[in-house]
Design a protein around this ligand. Sequence first.
Ligand code: OGA
Ligand code: NI
Length: 304
Amino acid sequence: MENLTNEALEAPGYFKNFPALNCIDLSSPDIHNSVSLLKQACLDSGFFYVINHGISQEFMDEVFNQSKSFFDLPVSEKMKVLRNKKHRGYTPLFNELLDPVNQIHDILPGWRETMEKYHREALEVAKAISRIIALALNLEVDFFDRQEMLGKPIANLRLLHYEGRVSDPMKGIYGAGAHSDFGLITLLATDDVFGLQICKDKDAKPQKWEFVAPLKGAFIVNLGDMLERWSNCIFRSTLHRVVGNGQERYSIAYFVEPNHDCLVECLPPCQSQENPPKFPPIKCETYMLQRYKETHAVLESYEK
Ligand code: OGA
Ligand code: NI
């Protein structure tokens, strides 16, 4: 994949090169099956689909339309909600918007209400997923879905717009470069344009990148680095990136972290005499700040 050329990207069949991810049906009464599918996915790639999550297609369409209306605004309007130092607002360089932002109400009436409703509904989906994750880790079902964890979560909505440039991995040009997410889990909603790729083995040479196919009505869910650490690296936080094929693409990422005061300490079922904890306990907030500092050093210099 590192030898990807534009011709290869455009060749018929190229976008059919994708693995089937496990699909978790949140409406299924067979919880054992859901736990087993999710566990397999978390051990293997840390990526899975979630369907029948309770957010209506109609509302998802509305959220995407509102996102488009924002990116359709003239640059001068978008600049009014420029990203501030708390990582909220508009980042022209990356064409993304982090919610909530205050000034937007004057520009797009109703926009903020839609995004706040999405925020609330996505959090309920995240909680439902966290209960299956807890069971898959042999924890109490509400381990993550407790007041001191997801009861007071830190969740960020990020609206993304990829402007239809063709990526050139040979030259290091991507829609989004290779990264893993920092937090607990990420719920990604995408339109039907291909672009997201995952690399299951970051140490493989050459790295093998596989597409994750968009699935209508589904969330693509992935585990973040914090959960990898919490689970003593039993569960995977996988490297992913976005490559552009020339088509415009919209996606919405919802990053979920537990309360900043909670302690991320190797989970008891994930350690044994043969497999002792790989990391010391750390406060969620300390961990996240560390990760932001490392990764956003460039952004912070840009914001000054
Ligand atoms: C992210 C991300 C993927 C996408 O925002 O962290 O991986 O498809 N987005 O936009
Ligand atoms: Ni990501």
